[in-house]
Unconditional design. Structure first.
Length: 223
């Protein structure tokens, strides 16, 4: 049972920010499939699977610029269309929604900080209601500089009126961890995404999570 508001969370954090793809939602294979399909259509060639995984966490237009240069815009349209045509592969990780609900009911202010644009994210939110649990959603089109720059995290903190010393940002990519560290918040590496644990640990996260329950423990809500 949860205490009724007003309730101050027992741990060091008053807010937890989450990346979306690879952190809350299992989309690595779908994104890689979309990138592979797009490269085949527009470039007539594909790349090793690991090359697509390494791009996950960057905004889609940046992925396309890296892969296709001046063909980025048309490639973006193809990739988004492929993603939506196969959206049934998009699933929340086991425990993700329960964790969001637990944290929210415990009094923490939650936010999403994603490299998706709002247009891209809205399709996902119609299928997986992450917005039910969060107070702020920061998409890649809301700041001039997306992750790995600190700007999206800064905007989330400003909107929530929370100090950096009271916030934890959890993501599965090095770009998430770089963004959080640059913004001065604590960072947590979600190791269930597509990026190798060794790559994440190179960013020196404050926490390395192997399951969602460990997030509750970091927030003082589980033993």
């Amino acid at each position: 049972m949860f205490l009724q508001p007003p309730y101050e969370p027992p741990g060091a954090f008053r807010t937890v920010l989450f990346d979306v793809d690879g952190t809350l939602i299992d989309t690595a294979e779908l994104i890689a499939d979309a990138l592979e399909h797009t490269c085949r259509v527009h470039l007539g060639r594909t790349h090793p699977r690991e090359a697509y995984y390494a791009l996950i966490g960057k905004p889609a237009i940046v992925q396309m610029q890296i892969l296709g240069g001046d063909k980025a815009s048309e490639m973006m349209d193809t990739a988004v269309a492929y993603y939506e045509e196969h959206h049934e592969k998009e699933k929340p990780f086991d425990g993700a929604l329960d964790t969001l609900a637990f944290l929210s009911e415990a009094g923490l202010r939650l936010g999403l900080v994603t490299s998706k644009t709002r247009y891209e994210l809205d399709f996902t939110l119609k299928r997986i209601p992450l917005q039910r649990y969060v107070r702020v959603i920061i998409t890649a089109d809301l700041t001039t500089r997306p992750k790995p720059f600190p700007d999206p995290v800064y905007l989330a903190l400003q909107t929530l009126q929370i100090g950096a010393n009271e916030a934890l940002f959890i993501g599965d990519s090095p770009y998430d961890l770089q963004s959080g560290r640059a913004a001065g918040v604590k960072t947590g590496a979600a190791t269930w995404g597509p990026h190798p644990r060794a790559v994440l640990q190179q960013e020196q996260p404050d926490f390395v999570f192997t399951q969602f329950r460990e997030i509750l423990r970091a927030c003082g809500l589980a033993s």
